[in-house]
Design a protein around this ligand. Structure first.
Ligand code: FES
Ligand SMILES: [Fe+2]
Length: 293
């Protein structure tokens, strides 16, 4: 529900729940889940409907579809996760990464920017930190595709192999399948790591204001998957992500980047991404070449 009371604008989040109604802290107006003002004899206009959105509980995350069009309903649903539903995977951790100054499209642009992997993510970091491990390099083999049936879904696959003191160890090859369920507000990671097993992680970007996202990670794995190994895999990703963040918070958005061969399927991704803009992808949807997308 919109945070600010239609009466005098008090913050409803500081109110309280009375039965199935939300009570404003300032004058005690009650609102039902459909945004209607209730039980209030002296309210002049009871036909007012306070802005509200459908919300679902998705594996412990409150998900809301919010559109520039006030009354728009979610055009797609988030898929069930059979491994979590069946109890094979349980919730193993959460990390609040704080607020990051970036446009949400940067996360998607990053996934198709194949040429940055060796430059920016080619060295191993001590998981969760920025500290480089000098003798271990990471070889990335990225790819990107759209889902054949679900228009709002796209996949980024990263296969990573360790190179230790100049020698490539094929057996270390791990896979991270990253599923965009929409423009990047919620992104799912399926990690397959030799000897460690599988981990499912969600990265969420909650818009706080223009060009500011609150980033949170939540991960699920088998109940008995060893905690240090799970933490290693997740922390490794987060260390690499931090490398990107340092770039994103300082970069601009180039509508027409100077291209080179093998840059990655940037045009294809942008075409896919355009569906999430209300104008359906006007050529100027990202503004000019500055960051005011
Ligand atoms: S401001 Fe909410 S009831 Fe008056
Ligand atoms: Fe990156």
């Amino acid at each position: 529900m919109d945070a600010f009371c239609p009466h005098q604008g008090a913050n409803l989040a500081h109110g309280r729940v009375e039965g199935d109604r939300l009570q404003c802290p300032l004058h005690g107006w009650l609102m039902d889940k459909n945004g209607r003002i209730r039980d209030l004899p002296h309210a002049r206009d009871r036909s007012v409907v306070h802005p509200h959105w459908e919300a679902i509980d998705y594996y412990g995350m409150v998900m809301v579809y919010r559109s520039a069009r006030q009354d728009a309903r979610a055009p797609y649903r988030l898929p069930p996760e059979p491994k979590i539903d069946s109890g094979q995977f349980v919730r193993r951790g959460r990390y609040d990464a704080g607020e990051v100054d970036m446009h949400i499209i940067e996360f998607a642009e990053n996934s198709v920017d194949f040429r940055h992997f060796s430059q920016l993510h080619g060295t191993m970091r001590i998981p969760w930190t920025n500290i480089e491990v000098p003798w271990i390099a990471i070889r990335h083999e990225p790819s990107w595709s759209r889902d054949d049936e679900l228009g709002h879904v796209a996949y980024f696959l990263d296969e990573a192999t360790l190179e230790i003191l100049g020698r490539v160890y094929e057996k270390t090859k791990s896979r991270a399948l990253i599923t965009f369920l929409g423009p990047g507000s919620i992104v799912k990671f399926d990690f397959h790591i030799p000897k460690i097993g599988e981990i499912t992680m969600f990265q969420t970007h909650t818009p706080v204001e223009a060009l500011k996202q609150r980033v949170t990670y939540r991960w699920f794995a088998a109940r008995h998957a060893p905690r240090p190994l799970v933490s290693y895999v997740v922390g490794n990703w987060i260390s690499q992500w931090r490398q990107d963040v340092e770039i994103w918070k300082r970069k601009i958005y180039r509508q027409r980047p100077l291209r080179t061969a093998n840059d990655g399927p940037l045009d294809e991704m942008r075409k896919w991404y355009a569906q999430f803009y209300p104008d359906g992808g006007d050529a100027n949807m990202f503004g000019t070449s500055d960051r005011g997308a």
